[in-house]
Write a protein that binds this ligand. Structure first.
Ligand code: PLP
Length: 364
């Protein structure tokens, strides 16, 4: 019997941990409600103008979408004060990561990636035949010095997730700027800024103004996080126009559907919503950190809508039993590490109460 042979590299690819759906969890744990604090989605939903815009568009779904996504690009160009030729839309920024790997990696080319960071960099590099060079974080932060030392004649891509998912940390402004200036211009630097809108630190490097001087820079942002459109799949990259043209060649022609494009335009127009969410998030982040500290838990300093928390007790499954779904991670020397997406005040209060109870039970 002849066997169907898959490509060798498929064996190496890490399957994204999708886990159980909320309905499955409710069934398994016999719960009425589950609070989802695991995917870094916007707990406040999306702008109320989005629904109306989508509704208008429903009469036209028999038509193909705009393969150039011009309306969204124009709107983004105005929002950021850059030329629309520098903008590319993707089916989530996840797709743009794939397009970059597809267009730029030859067999055996190297990509420098932090450990731990967003898993899609490594998966896409591997799928396209590249070699991930993995550099450990230092206390949850990208080690730019070690990443720079990792550069070889084979290096093609460097991924910097800023703020980093799952740790929530940012890299220092001056440090990142020096890094960008030092890296040879034939290497692409990808700055993934999926959580850009949540950052409050003055130590955060404003990156868009660097695009002209550094044509090897790609900035990724998304409508999935603060804009609250994760279910529609739309994200974008900002880069030199020649890279946009290259990536356009390797993308699906109609990669971003019309409903998503319409929603993105409406969402961009409502910056009040974005600012309001960012403001509430900052308050909740401080609230959560204060209480985690009181509970004696170690965590990384976050510039996002989630917090990476270490626990000496195995609390992940117990949290689910109490109706709280968070993301389970790993940290050396701890029984559990959790990435907790911030909720509303009510969610966070309830979560902390349960966490407190679990920890005190373990202590006796
Ligand atoms: C969520 C996320 C993305 C992208 O999400 P899309 O939904 O594909 O736009 C990209 N990078 C990081 C670090 C993320 O956390």
């Amino acid at each position: 019997m002849m066997k169907i042979e898959r490509r060798k590299i498929v064996e190496k690819i890490y399957s994204y941990p999708l886990g159980y759906s909320l309905d499955e969890i409710k069934k398994i744990y016999k719960l009425q409600t589950v609070r989802k604090m695991s995917e870094n989605e916007n707990v406040y939903g999306c702008s109320k103008h989005v629904q109306e815009a989508i509704f208008q568009k429903l009469a036209h779904i028999s038509l193909y979408p705009d393969g150039r996504a011009l309306a969204v690009r124009k709107m983004l160009a105005t929002t950021y004060g850059i030329n629309e030729e520098k903008i590319l839309l993707g089916n989530g920024s996840d797709e743009i990561i794939r397009l970059i790997c597809r267009a730029f990696l030859n067999q055996g080319d190297e990509a420098i990636i932090a450990d731990v960071t967003f898993p899609r960099y490594e998966s896409n590099v591997t799928i396209e035949g590249g070699i991930p060079i993995v550099i450990p974080l230092i206390r949850g932060v990208h080690d730019l010095e070690a990443m720079y030392k990792g550069v070889t004649s084979k290096t093609k891509l460097i991924f910097i997730c800023n703020p980093n998912n799952p740790t929530g940390t940012i890299v220092g402004k001056q440090e990142l700027l020096h890094f960008i200036e030092k890296v040879p211009p034939n290497i692409l630097i990808i700055l993934d800024e999926a959580y850009y809108e949540y950052v409050t630190s003055t130590e955060y490097l404003p990156s868009i103004s660097l695009l002209d001087k550094h044509p090897n820079l790609i900035i990724l942002r998304t409508f999935s996080k603060i804009y609250g459109l994760a279910g529609l799949r739309i994200g974008y990259g900002m880069m030199s126009p020649s890279i946009v043209l290259d990536l356009q060649k390797v993308k699906e022609v109609f990669n971003v559907n019309e409903i998503a494009q319409t929603a993105a335009v409406a969402a961009l127009a409502d910056q009040d919503f974005v600012m309001d969410c960012a403001r509430k998030n900052t308050i909740e982040r401080e609230y959560m950190c204060e209480h985690l500290q009181e509970l004696g838990l170690a965590f990384y300093s976050s510039e996002t809508n989630f917090i990476y928390v270490m626990s000496h007790y195995p609390v992940f499954h117990k949290l689910i039993e109490h109706g709280f779904l968070v993301r389970q991670m790993k940290a050396a020397g701890y029984k559990d590490a959790l990435r907790i997406t911030l909720g509303t005040r009510e969610d966070n209060e309830a979560f902390l109460a349960v966490l407190k109870e679990l920890i005190s039970e373990e202590a006796v």
